[in-house]
Write a protein that binds this ligand. Structure first.
Ligand SMILES: Cc1ncc(COP(=O)(O)O)c(C=O)c1O
Length: 331
């Protein structure tokens, strides 16, 4: 599969210990810095984009269409990756907290020269894609559609690679039972991690902290894991009931930062100088901290995959900014 990669990321990303946070929560916490993949402000989506853009080029596309929420990190990375490879890029965006101003990820989408098509809600996505694909075809273009979050078996290959990378890094540390923990939403990262753990023969626990409520997530990830492994010639599957998802930290839903998420962002910035975001990594870290306090990682090493997403911090809505800037301890 490696030959199907269009390299964009700075790899390997660092793995290092979070000493102050570890002391504060009484656990052995490490961080895999996928926020530092480097291209287009980094994050997990760069690993996926390397495979998706390579596939678009293989299909002789001259335009890429993708979709997501207005502050989608995936959309930001595809926009600039397409641009780098001289592919036109069209983004179908629905607003979450959007006020229409060009902030955060949306500013970078525009900086990459992407065409933005706004829709009212996610339910309009399918119709919008179909219409756009045929409009582009009529004007002589060949469009390649990248799914939400870049989460198909092709995009997931980026995390199959990431697990091989992590296996090499962990092999250089003293052996210790280890849990790999990260934010999960559309599931491509989780599918790649599960398939990659199998392919790399890596003996670690996996825990995906959900950032949105999606009843069908485990079924989707189960299928995607099988397909991602198959693309590497491996026969591996993970039954929906065995997909290691934790849904206790979703709070009020996607894009709504819980009080614990705000506290986690504040704590990790003050103790480690690392920026988390209010949609994904803040919630995942809130889960890690709570579980650590409850003793869930006693005797284990935890590797938090920092999946990026910082640009959305700079597009946070007024109530999130208010909560982030309120003195700690004040409700
Ligand atoms: C910063 C960040 N972390 C985690 C995720 C979750 O990844 P996945 O959609 O592959 O589950 C995303 C997805 O958009 C993301 O942007």
């Amino acid at each position: 599969m490696q030959k199907d990669r269009a390299p964009l990321a700075q790899l390997p990303t660092p793995l290092h210990r979070l000493d102050v946070l570890s002391r504060a929560v009484g656990a052995d916490i490490w961080i895999k810095r996928d926020d530092l993949t480097g291209f287009g402000m980094g994050g997990n989506k760069v690993r996926k984009a390397e495979y998706l853009i390579a596939d678009a080029l293989r299909c002789c596309a001259d335009a890429v269409i993708t979709l997501g929420a207005e502050q989608s990190n995936h959309v930001r990375v595809i926009a600039v990756a397409a641009c780098r490879h001289n592919l036109a890029c069209h983004l179908i965006l629905n607003g979450v907290n959007g006020d229409g101003s060009f902030r955060g990820n949306l500013l970078l989408d525009k900086l990459a020269g992407a065409r933005v098509h706004r829709i009212g809600s996610a339910s309009e996505r399918r119709g919008a894609i179909t219409a756009l694909v045929s409009r582009l075809r009529e004007s002589g273009r060949t469009a390649y559609v990248v799914p939400v979050g870049g989460s198909n078996a092709i995009g997931a290959q980026g995390y199959v690679d990431a697990m091989a990378e992590l296996a090499g890094q962990l092999a250089a540390l003293p052996p210790r039972p280890t849990t790999v923990l990260f934010a999960t939403s559309s599931g491509g990262t989780m599918a790649g991690v599960l398939a990659g753990r199998h392919v790399a023969g890596l003996d670690v626990g996996v825990m995906g902290i959900r950032v949105d409520a999606d009843e069908g997530a485990a079924e989707g990830i189960s299928l995607l894991t099988r397909d991602a492994a198959q693309a590497r010639g491996a026969s591996y599957s993970c039954a929906p009931g065995d997909v290691p998802l934790v849904a206790d930290y979703v709070g009020e839903g996607y894009g709504v930062a819980s009080a614990e998420c705000i506290q986690a962002i504040r704590q990790v910035y003050r103790q480690e100088g690392i920026v988390l975001d209010p949609v994904y990594t803040g919630k995942a870290m809130a889960g890690l901290i709570d579980l650590a306090h409850k003793g869930a990682f006693d005797g284990r090493r935890v590797v938090f995959i920092h999946t990026g997403g910082e640009p959305s911090l700079f597009a946070a809505d007024a109530s999130t900014v208010d909560a982030l800037t309120r003195p700690a301890g004040q409700a």
